[in-house]
Ligand binder design. Structure first.
Ligand code: SF4
Length: 75
C-alpha cells in the first residue's frame, strides 16, 4: 500500500484495551460473533484494502480481517 500509516500493534496498550486482534477468528471475547471483522465494521475506512484506518486507533491501520470490542455492523 502507498498509505504511510503504520499498522496497529495488536500487543500494544491501545489494541489490548479494546481487545483488538489482526485475526478476528482468534478473538476470545463474549461480544464476538463469527463473521464479524473490520472489513464489515461501519468504522473501517479501508474499503476493500487489506489494511485501513479506524477512528478508534488514530494514525494506525487495522487489518481487514481484524476485530475489536467496539465492532459495529455496517449498513
Ligand atoms: Fe475494526 Fe471496527 Fe474495531 Fe475499528 S472499530 S478496529 S474497524 S472492529
Amino acid at each position: 500500500a502507498t498509505d504511510a500509516m503504520a499498522q496497529l500493534d495488536e500487543n500494544g496498550p491501545q489494541a489490548m484495551g479494546l481487545g483488538y486482534k489482526h485475526d478476528a477468528t482468534t478473538v476470545d471475547n463474549a461480544r464476538y460473533k463469527s463473521g464479524q471483522q473490520c472489513s464489515n465494521c461501519v468504522l473501517f475506512q479501508g474499503g476493500s484494502s487489506e489494511w485501513g484506518g479506524c477512528p478508534l486507533f488514530t494514525g494506525k491501520q487495522v487489518k481487514a480481517t481484524g476485530w475489536c470490542s467496539a465492532y459495529s455492523a455496517a449498513g
